[in-house]
Design a protein around this ligand. Sequence first.
Ligand SMILES: [Zn+2]
Length: 257
Amino acid sequence: MPLDRRSALSAAAAVAAGLVGVAACDSPSRPSAAPGSGSASPFPSPAKSAGAVPGHASVPGEINSGPRDRPNVALTFHGQGDPALARELLAELERGNARVTVFAVGSWLADQPAMARRVLDGRHELGNHTENHRDLSRMAPAEVFNEIDACAQRIRKLTGSIGTWFRPSQTQHANALIRANANRVGYPTCVSYDVDSLDFTDPGSPAVVRTTLSQVRPGSIVSLHFGHRGTLAAIGPILDGLRQRGLHAVTMKELMG
Ligand SMILES: [Zn+2]
């Protein structure tokens, strides 16, 4: 059986056993009750409290891409899974002179606290990807706050700062409730993406490379995941492809700076 097929099956088995959440950050946004309707939300509308990023956000308080007039792209990773594989992936990125942003799941950092330092030591950025990677779009306001805040405090304890960036879990786009709570914890914007590599579906590394390079353009934010062998194998060809297009892999701060 080919390796990719095997790992897809074992991933599926793990999901069935409730061990991991493969749907990860990339599940499409599902319709949910309008936050702020009625008295459900105790927080002010983020349209007033969270500033839009001029020219770069289709929704106030959410970034989908960076400036299109500079030759930079941000590779962004869901931070969870086998730490040995994560280290291999970071080393491969560094061999290709890429700087990336890792959105770490708090419970993963609880188990693997050394990964926070490892990410920063590679001159990458560390972002918040909630404490337990639950579906934020379906949670009550207080739970949403707790999921974001618990991860923020964990990152602060490990690095001295909550970091600049937050990406919600299990929804591509942050609804108003998520944006308001991210803001309240200390993140002015939520980070989405405009290129979904679909690596979390374990389609094999050639498909990950093809999907990524066929969509990437200046300013793109690419969604990728730790914890998948196919992603590691795709990194070299993706970095080669970016180079051929004259694009540099930079951190979110560099992309937006
Ligand atoms: Zn995720």
